[in-house]
Design a protein around this ligand. Structure first.
Ligand SMILES: Cc1ncc(COP(=O)(O)O)c(C=O)c1O
Length: 381
């Protein structure tokens, strides 16, 4: 049996979500745009899910645009807001923010990158300098980082963005269901979320948009989602996302407590192991995320040997693994590349218990003994 410690990559779909979705593959198969009863049933289901998301985030239902996931929502936010000013994104954003931003820079848009400190937190002084020096249309800073789990002070960023007349987008995909997320309280104008991170289905997400934001669609066609995301709605997935959002809201307070206690238990055990560094240890982080390195042991190699021994976790960012380049997040934090390539991410979830942590620690200790070169200090992993 393998224990799953990779909840930032994806979470299991909740049985209640599956149950709610199933009729929309069979009996309730209508197209929400159809005028007959089949269509009306599907439309009602989509509207209900839209309200469930709106309730979770304290927004109006008309602010919810369903997309094919977090990636599309981020692309839509970055590319959809046009203006003559600059685009400002943080150095630690998910590639689904960074790459469209770089694409726009290639097409002539001015792109500014906000730096983070050694703990992965936005450098406010430099952020304000950039906002003061340039006419910025849009700032994009994620609420919680998928690798480090570091939570940004978004209300403070919102104050700065507003002071300098810029819109603020935040990717909250990793934060929902783990910490409290409220659109107005954070002070954002747009927000990205993803179903698969909150025990919902994959391939569904949403961009929440303040109705005053002038946003242009990426996809043109049938005019669905108020003309902002054409294409027949993925009704079953939308229904699943709605239920997942409701459950995320209900479970968040208790989950935050339980996972925080579990993470502290994990980290106190990790500190007893040789050569372990916990990244961003002193920063405010998600309750479930610990990003560490065992100096001298390549993260990919360690993740593979842990997987062979019953522990499923990620080396660096799941989205970046496969390549040997050090994580851009750790690079932005100024972590030495030799240590950054040793990165291992453990992201806890509802199924994890203290005995899972005990098993993980024992397994990690054994793997460190097996893999650590005797002269590890001289070896760059
Ligand atoms: C912070 C963050 N944003 C966006 C995404 C992309 O979401 P999706 O896989 O739903 O497209 C991910 C997924 O790894 C993520 O962690």
């Amino acid at each position: 049996m393998t224990i799953y410690f990779d909840h930032n990559a994806t979470t299991p779909v909740d049985p209640a979500v599956v149950e709610a979705m199933l009729p929309y593959f069979t009996r309730l198969f209508g197209n929400p745009s159809s005028v007959h009863g089949f269509g009306r049933e599907a439309r009602q289901a989509v509207d209900h899910a839209r309200q469930q998301l709106a309730d979770l985030l304290s927004v109006h239902a008309t602010q919810v645009i369903f997309t094919s996931g977090g990636t599309e929502a981020n692309n839509l936010a970055i590319e959809g807001v046009s203006g003559n000013g600059a685009l400002l994104v943080s150095a630690i954003e998910h590639p689904s923010v960074l790459l469209p931003a770089k694409k726009m820079a290639g097409a002539g848009k001015r792109l500014l990158i906000a730096a983070v400190d050694a703990l992965g937190q936005i450098d406010f002084e430099r952020l304000e300098q950039m906002l003061a020096a340039e006419d910025v249309d849009l700032v994009s800073v994620m609420l919680a980082n998928n690798e480090t789990g570091v939570v940004q002070d978004l209300p403070r960023i919102a104050v700065l963005a507003k002071r300098y007349g810029a819109l603020l987008h935040s990717d909250v995909a990793q934060a929902i269901g783990r910490i409290e997320v409220d659109f107005a309280a954070l002070g954002v104008d747009m927000m990205t979320l993803s179903g698969q991170k909150i025990n919902g289905p994959k391939g569904i997400g949403a961009l929440i948009v303040d109705r005053r934001v002038d946003i242009q669609p990426l996809l043109l066609g049938g005019g669905q989602e108020g003309g902002l995301r054409a294409g027949t709605e993925n009704v079953a997935a939308i229904v699943g996302l709605g239920v997942a959002a409701e459950l995320a809201g209900q479970r968040q307070p208790e989950r935050q407590q339980t996972l925080t206690a579990l993470r502290l238990y994990l980290e106190s055990a990790l500190r007893q192991l040789p050569a372990v560094t916990i990244f961003a240890e002193a920063a405010e982080r998600l309750p479930n995320t610990t990003y560490l390195a065992v100096a001298g042991i390549d993260g990919e190699t360690l993740a593979m040997s842990l997987a062979e021994n019953g522990c499923a976790l990620a080396s660096g960012s799941a989205c970046a693994s496969g390549g040997r380049a050090p994580s851009h997040v750790l690079q932005a934090m100024g972590i030495a590349p030799e240590l950054a390539v040793c990165a291992l991410r453990i992201s806890l979830g509802d199924s994890n218990r203290e005995q899972d942590i005990d098993y993980f620690i024992a397994t990690l200790r054994a793997q460190i003994d097996a893999l650590m070169p005797s002269d590890w200090l001289a070896v760059s992993c």
